[in-house]
Design a protein. Structure first.
Length: 328
């Protein structure tokens, strides 16, 4: 069996706006998905999930299929197991020129699904890396990121950006603007993540922003304003100015809330972090529930979030300098 891991991520700035060509700055964090792949003697796929923040399960089926397996798990988990893995394996078969290759795939993850921490991107990056290496092909990280992006683009019906998959493959802080993706130098960031235990519907949230942007000029201006925040944030990141980074994160959260993608639980965590002395705090990811990220070198924000009734978990998030790891 060949095994790889890939990190999740938080957005310092730019989610949602990145879909419309504005820049975004995500950072990889040391919460990882680990995928093991072993080639089969037939063309079937067997997917076993040890933990995707939900109940584990196993499904086996012949190649790609439009039929959902008859298993008693949520639709979101089936999508994670089949949609992303199917498309990832399709990329593997194409790049290795092995159209009939079958695999046993085992997924373990400590990244909550749908929480804004890049769980699907991490699973896809690790799966493509492990499966291609199982067939004797090692992809450069840039090509791995591109293949992973193609996977998410197909599953998300063209609404994905390169940000999550590039960040997961490369590690560290990165800048993404359209097809222009590059690593950024970053100081150590004292990041704290709060998780409300929920998960937003990424597709519905992205579609909601799209509708607002098409209906109202001021919504389109809000998306552009997020891009302006990102550009200022890049300067603050380069200077290591945590106070300015925090102020800009606060601006970014307000703009996202204006686009309707925040929630009561996310706002409560953001305000709890700010009142505890965080330099800044914002939602991360699609929104609607899930996670916030705050900057605070002290223990105060993590403590405040742990005692907040609407927060299920809080933890310090270390920057993952290395993206995909080739475990064996």
């Amino acid at each position: 069996m060949t095994r790889s891991s890939a990190p999740g991520k938080v957005y310092l700035f730019g989610e949602h706006a990145v879909v419309y060509g504005e820049p975004a700055v995500p950072c990889a964090i040391e919460r990882r998905a680990r995928v093991g792949v072993e080639r089969r003697d037939d063309d079937k796929l067997r997917v076993h999930a040890e933990d995707l923040s939900l109940d584990g399960f196993t499904v086996e089926y012949g190649g790609r299929t439009d039929d959902r397996p008859d298993v008693d798990v949520s639709e979101s988990l089936i999508e994670a197991a089949m949609g992303y893995v199917d498309e990832a394996i399709a990329q593997v078969r194409e790049v290795t020129d092995e159209p009939a290759a079958g695999f046993d795939v085992t997924i373990e993850s400590d990244i909550p699904l749908g929480a804004g921490l890049g769980s699907s991107a991490a699973v896809v990056v690790a799966a493509i890396d492990a499966a291609t290496r199982e067939l004797g092909v090692t992809l450069p990280r840039e090509e791995l990121a591109d293949r992973a992006y193609r996977t998410e683009h197909a599953v998300q019906e063209g609404q994905a950006s390169r940000a999550d998959t590039f960040c997961s493959a490369m590690g560290g802080a990165v800048r993404v603007e359209g097809d222009d993706c590059r690593p950024l130098a970053s100081p150590e960031l004292p990041m704290v993540v709060g998780f409300d235990g929920g998960a937003g519907d990424t597709g519905a949230l992205v579609a909601g922003v799209r509708s607002l942007r098409e209906e109202y000029d001021f919504a389109a201006d809000t998306v552009e304003a997020i891009g302006d925040v990102v550009r200022n944030g890049e300067d603050a990141l380069a200077a290591g100015d945590l106070d300015e980074l925090g102020r800009l994160m606060d601006f970014n959260h307000g703009l996202l809330a204006a686009l309707g993608v925040s929630s009561r639980s996310l706002d409560e965590m953001v305000w709890a972090a700010r009142e505890a002395g965080a330099r800044g705090a914002k939602l991360t990811g699609a929104g609607g529930g899930g996670c916030v990220v705050a900057l605070d070198p002290t223990a105060e924000t993590e403590t405040a979030l742990r005692y907040l009734p609407g927060c299920e978990d809080a933890f310090r998030a270390e920057l993952a300098d290395e993206g995909v790891k080739r475990l064996e």
